[in-house]
Design a protein around this ligand. Structure first.
Ligand SMILES: [Cu+2]
Length: 135
């Protein structure tokens, strides 16, 4: 290989690597920041039936939850007792802390609502979407 084709090959590898992380692709590694009152990013895509590692950082000043609702269920007016039975997975993060968590992605592909369960936070905008896809 001459020098130009070596550079082109490296560029190709680099762009493929970039395409592999983000840009809407499914990933088993997620990282989400939580503040008042939002998730950032607020949509994520994971492969069905896989073990997912999620880094949750609460950069806010109050506690926040990361709650995945069961398939086909969404929170009503605000998160309340009636929604507890519809929780698929939940993590609670103290303000100013972060942690790495794992959960098993649902086997059923589709759209799952993600919310914060602290009273008022869902209404204030702490809602996101988890997309589960088959590969
Ligand atoms: Cu919250």
């Amino acid at each position: 290989m001459n020098r130009i084709s070596t550079i082109l090959a490296l560029l190709l590898v680099f762009s493929l690597a970039l395409a592999g992380c983000g840009g809407g692709g499914a990933s088993t590694n997620l990282s989400v920041d939580m503040t008042e009152f939002m998730f950032s990013p607020n949509d994520f895509t994971v492969p069905a039936d896989q073990e997912i590692t999620i880094e949750l950082s609460n950069n806010g000043t109050v506690e926040h939850d990361f709650i995945i609702m069961k398939h086909g269920t969404t929170v009503g007016d605000d998160f309340g007792d009636e929604d507890e039975a519809n929780i698929y997975w939940k993590a609670e993060i103290e303000p100013g802390t972060s942690g790495s968590y794992t959960f098993s992605a649902p086997s059923e592909p589709g759209e799952y609502q993600v919310v914060c369960g602290i009273p008022g936070h869902y209404l204030a905008g702490m809602v996101a979407t988890l997309f589960v896809v088959t590969e």
